[in-house]
Design a protein around this ligand. Structure first.
Ligand SMILES: NC(=O)c1ccc[n+]([C@@H]2O[C@H](COP(=O)([O-])OP(=O)(O)OC[C@H]3O[C@@H](n4cnc5c(N)ncnc54)[C@H](OP(=O)(O)O)[C@@H]3O)[C@@H](O)[C@H]2O)c1
Length: 295
């Protein structure tokens, strides 16, 4: 299977690269012998340029495209609205159009931030979307375009993602914990920490199938950012006090969902859900993060 992986230098892209090249993931082995992948990022192809995307994809004649590219600075999206829309909405639209032209499958990665975030039970795939931030709106529009312009699509929503490479909450908490010795972390937003290696494993499993549709793929179990931070500090053995605070005490430009836990219902229904408990996934993920360096 010939794959195109966009946004390949990001967190998720790096985990896909690692699993495809070794056939090994943190969950277990995966047969990647039949995969051939082109890994590209913005320097090779800006996904917001429709003509270039169509040309690039046409030449490559791929069996499947996996889109990991996104403008993921949630607060930055509030002021850089055009960039958010270009990368997170037009980008997947362009890739969807290009995939359709060559009959390729298209797997697009989306987010829990498409939901309003005031739920009382984990969101399932058929729950109504009602984004509250520019990032959420731009990702939701991207999802809509993928459905509009491509037949063989997978939309995979994830949340609170951390990979072994790149900036993420785990790395920030270890870095700041070591430096400051005391941290205040929000304790009134609940969600699912997700190890990007686990997500990459499921993406590769999914793209081999014809089980098209919308999926949630997050770590099992939910927690607050405060709970997540406490577990990180504990596992990393950092000498630091973690104190809970409220969202009101830590205002951010983008409104964050208070409750955006996702249920991996569709994965479960097709017998593909091997996502781990978030604490188990963190235990193995954090070892690689520390090994790769914190600063
Ligand atoms: N991170 C999270 O907590 C989280 C949570 C839920 C969902 N997601 C979704 O999961 C997916 C993967 O996230 P991630 O954390 O791996 O993202 P990431 O680390 O920020 O990687 C995204 C990559 O896309 C590249 N990119 C940006 N603009 C581009 C453009 N116009 N054309 C081509 N490439 C471009 C970025 O390059 P530059 O770095 O040079 O800009 C970066 O290498 C995204 O769809 C994201 O929305 C992430």
């Amino acid at each position: 299977m010939k794959l195109l992986i966009t946004g390949a230098n990001g967190q998720l892209g790096n985990e896909l690269r690692s699993i495809i090249s070794t056939g090994v993931s943190e969950i277990g082995e995966i047969d990647t012998e039949d995969f051939y992948a082109d890994y590209i990022d913005v320097a090779e192809l800006d996904i917001s340029d429709l003509e270039k995307v169509i040309e690039f994809v046409g030449i490559g004649n791929y069996d499947a495209i996996i889109n990991c590219a996104a403008y993921t600075d949630v607060n930055g999206c509030e002021t850089n609205i055009d960039t958010a829309m270009k990368v997170n909405a037009m980008g997947p639209r362009n890739l969807a159009i290009a995939a359709e032209k060559i009959g390729a499958k298209f797997l697009h990665v989306s987010t829990d931030y498409v939901f309003e975030g005031n739920g009382t039970r984990p969101y399932v795939e058929w729950d109504i979307c009602a984004p509250q931030s520019v990032y959420g709106h731009s990702k939701h529009l991207g999802e809509c375009y993928v459905k509009d312009f491509c037949t063989k699509y997978f939309i995979v929503r994830t949340s609170w993602l951390y990979g072994s490479v790149g900036n993420n909450f785990v790395r920030s908490i270890i870095r700041n914990g070591r430096k400051l010795g005391a941290l205040k972390v929000v304790n009134d937003q609940r969600g699912n920490p997700t190890n990007a290696n686990d997500l990459a494993y499921h993406i590769l499993k999914l793209v081999l199938t014809q089980e098209y549709g919308v999926y949630h793929c997050t770590g099992n179990g939910e927690c607050t950012w405060y709970d997540f931070a406490c577990e990180i500090i504990d596992l990393a053995g950092v000498n630091c006090t973690v104190n809970p605070c409220t969202t009101d005490e830590y205002p951010t430009p983008a409104k964050r969902p208070a409750y955006s836990s996702l249920d991996n219902a569709s994965l479960r229904c097709i017998g593909l859900d091997k996502m781990r408990d978030w604490k188990d996934a963190l235990r193995t993920g954090i070892v690689k993060i520390i090994a790769n360096g914190i600063d």
